[in-house]
Structures are given as structure tokens and as C-alpha cells.
Write a protein that binds this ligand. Structure first.
Ligand code: 6GU
Length: 223
């Protein structure tokens, strides 16, 4: 998978993409992430990428030209499956959505700022709009990092233990059951006996019951 991210804050991605699973995915050659500073595509001498909204009102709007030029350049180099705009009014990201997106080859992600982006970009360039939840962030960067993580971690081969990503909460429509590790008794707080029993069938049953119980309690709409 190749992901091209258009942003005015490329440094914001330094942290999230240089550790843990995404770092390993990059090292294994399973994903390439390319950051593009939208300001590099500004033709304005002050490198401006935003301007006042027509019709007046508060806030600035991200201009069409620098973003369109950057996307045009990328599209001339390869075919893209989706051009995703990260925006609070987009489709809500959930596990099925991340699963589908993890199958794509080439993806562009556009991080918005200010009051929004010129509507003509949404009409003529954007193929998908995604939000990571019903709250407002300062910009699309953190949302893009979240979206990338959710897509990349489930690419086959990224997580060593193949079953691990599939047993995540939400992957089977259930929240994951509780987990424990040593010591079996910490100051009198004991691990459930069944997990120490070595009885695989009982353990599987217990885990499933716990998953259903948790899902009913925490996400009643899911079961
Ligand atoms: Cl994608 N962008 C912003 N600015 N805020 C958000 C979001 C995206 N998703 C949830 N809140």
C-alpha cells in the first residue's frame, strides 16, 4: 500500500509513523507513506494556502490551487483508488470501513484546516470523506494518523501473529474479553480459575461469554 498525505503540518506525523506496528510495516515494505507539504505547492510569494471566504464570515478557507496541483502531480505518476478528505462531517470510521480501506493499493489523504476547503475540491477531487468521531479536532492530521494506523495494522503480514488482528475488539462485532498475565495472584487479586485450567474448550467458552457480556454492557447497539 502507498499512502500520500497532503498537509500543512508534515512534522505532526513524525511520531505516529516511526514506532511500533507502522514502523515495522514500513520496514517490511508493506506500506509506503509519503508526506506532502501543501505550502510547497503555493504560488503565492508568502506561501499562503488559505484565503477569505467569498460572501464573508469568520475563518479562512483552504485554497483550491495548491491542493489541486499536488493531487494532479500525484495522479500523473500513478492511479489512486481513493482521494480521502479527513473532515468531521465525513462518514464515521469503524472497523468494517478500516477493513475495506486496508485492501487498497494507492490512497491520497487530505488533511483540512481552518474553516474548511474550497467546495470545488470536494466536488471534483475527493472520492471519500471520513471522520474519526463526533467531536472537532484542530485539523485533519491526527485523524489521518488514526485512519492510517487502523488500515495498516490489518494488512496481512504487518502483525506477526496472523490471528492477532482478527481477534481485536470489533473485528468479530464483539468487544474483546479481559486478559491477564503473571502473577496469577497479585495481593489477593486472582486470575479467573478457568484461564489457569489448561482446558481449551472451557477457556474459549468463557472468553466468548465475557465478550458478549462486555459488548452488551458497553456497546448495547452492537449485540
Ligand atoms: Cl477527520 N477532522 C477534524 N478536524 N476533526 C475531526 C475529524 C476530522 N474527525 C473527528 N473530528
Amino acid at each position: 500500500m502507498r499512502i500520500d498525505i497532503l498537509t500543512i503540518f508534515p512534522e505532526m506525523f513524525d511520531g505516529p509513523f516511526s514506532h511500533s506496528i507502522i514502523k515495522r510495516a514500513k520496514e517490511k515494505g508493506l506500506v509506503e507513506i509519503h508526506l506532502h507539504d501543501i505550502r510547497d505547492y503555493s504560488t503565492n510569494k508568502h506561501k499562503r494556502v488559505d484565503d477569505y471566504p467569498f460572501g464573508g464570515g469568520a475563518g479562512m478557507v483552504m485554497m483550491i490551487e495548491p491542493i489541486a496541483d499536488c493531487i494532479d502531480k500525484l495522479k500523473a505518476e500513478r492511479e489512486y483508488d481513493e482521494v480521502i478528505f479527513l473532515t468531521p462531517d465525513g462518514e464515521l470510521l469503524d472497523q468494517p470501513c478500516a477493513n475495506k480501506l486496508s485492501l487498497l493499493n494507492n490512497v491520497i489523504m487530505l488533511c483540512g484546516h481552518y474553516k474548511g476547503i474550497d467546495e470545488r475540491l470536494r466536488q471534483h477531487y475527493i472520492t471519500k470523506e471520513i471522520s474519526i468521531g463526533d467531536y472537532v479536532l484542530s485539523g485533519g492530521e491526527l485523524a489521518a494518523a488514526v485512519l492510517c494506523d487502523s488500515m495498516i495494522r490489518i494488512i496481512p503480514g504487518v502483525i506477526g501473529d496472523e490471528t492477532s488482528a482478527l481477534s481485536d475488539s470489533f473485528q468479530d462485532g464483539l468487544i474483546s474479553p479481559p486478559v491477564y498475565t503473571r502473577p496469577a495472584d497479585y495481593k489477593g487479586w486472582k486470575v479467573p480459575d478457568v484461564l489457569l485450567s489448561g482446558h481449551e474448550k472451557n477457556i474459549d467458552e468463557w472468553r466468548h461469554e465475557q465478550a458478549v457480556k462486555r459488548t452488551k454492557e458497553r456497546r448495547p447497539g452492537m449485540v
